[in-house]
Design a protein around this ligand. Structure first.
Ligand code: PLP
Length: 209
C-alpha cells in the first residue's frame, strides 16, 4: 500500500486498509488486531454477528465495515453492528437504513455501491442512475453519503471501472472511494481509492463455498 501510494504521489495515511475477514475465524481477527489492524470488513450480516460482538466488546477500536449486499429486513442488525455500510444501492435499503438510524440513534458511514460493469447478477446502482440516487438518499431520506464503492467485473481490466467511480464521486461532490481488492488494490490506489478491501492478500485463500 505504501509503495503504491508513494508511486502515485499520495499520502499513505490517506488510504484505509479494510481487512476482509469473511470465512476466517475470530483468532484470525485477533492476530490482525495484535499486528495493529483496526478496520475490518465482512460481507454477510449473519456471519459478522457470529464473531464481531465479542471482538468489539474486547476491542473498542474496531471499525467494522459491511461490504456485501444488505437486505432491508437486516437493516436493524446492520445499523447496530457496523460502523460503515458500503452497499447502499436502492430505495428500499435507503429507506430502511434511514428509519433504523433514526430509531437507534446510531449512524454508520454510508457508501453507495455502483455497478460500474452493469452486470446483471451484481448489486449496485447503474452508473447512469447514480447521481439521482445519491441526491434522493440526501433529499428524500436525509442520509449522509460519504462516498462510492464498486467491484469491477472479474474478467475485465479494472482501471476504467475505478475511473468511472472517480468521475461519479467528483460529480456528486463525494470524497471517499471504496475500491480495490487483493488483485487490483495498487491500481485502485493509483486512481484515488481512499478505502481498499483486502482479504486473500492478508489472510490467505478462502475455502471454496
Ligand atoms: C471478499 C471481498 C473482498 C476481498 O477480496 P480479496 O480478493 O480476498 O481481497 C473485497 N470486496 C468485497 C465486496 C468482497 O466481498
Amino acid at each position: 500500500m505504501e509503495k503504491a501510494a508513494k508511486a502515485a504521489n499520495r499520502n499513505p495515511a490517506a488510504i484505509t486498509l479494510i481487512a476482509v475477514t469473511k470465512t476466517h475465524d475470530e483468532d484470525a481477527v485477533r492476530a490482525a488486531i495484535a499486528a495493529g489492524q483496526t478496520t475490518f470488513g465482512e460481507n454477510r450480516v449473519q456471519e459478522a454477528k457470529s464473531k464481531y460482538p465479542q471482538l468489539k466488546a474486547a476491542h473498542a477500536e474496531i471499525d467494522l465495515h459491511l461490504i456485501g449486499p444488505l437486505q432491508s429486513n437486516k437493516a436493524r442488525e446492520a445499523v447496530a453492528l457496523f460502523d460503515a455500510i458500503h452497499t447502499v444501492d436502492r430505495d428500499s435499503i435507503a429507506e430502511a437504513l434511514a428509519s433504523e438510524i433514526k430509531r437507534a440513534g446510531r449512524s454508520p458511514k454510508l457508501y453507495v455501491q455502483v455497478n460500474t460493469g452493469e452486470e446483471e447478477q451484481k448489486a449496485g446502482v447503474a452508473p447512469q442512475d447514480a447521481l439521482a440516487f445519491i441526491a434522493k438518499c440526501r433529499d428524500a431520506y436525509a442520509l449522509t453519503i460519504s462516498g462510492l464503492m464498486c467491484i469491477p467485473p472479474a474478467d475485465e481490466e479494472p482501471s476504467p471501472h475505478f475511473a468511472l467511480l472517480v468521475k461519479l464521486a467528483r460529480d456528486a461532490g463525494l470524497k471517499e472511494l471504496s475500491m480495490g481488492m487483493s488483485g487490483d488494490y495498487e491500481t485502485a490506489i493509483r486512481l484515488g481509492a481512499t478505502h481498499i478491501r483486502v482479504g486473500t492478500a492478508i489472510f490467505g485463500a478462502r475455502p471454496q463455498a
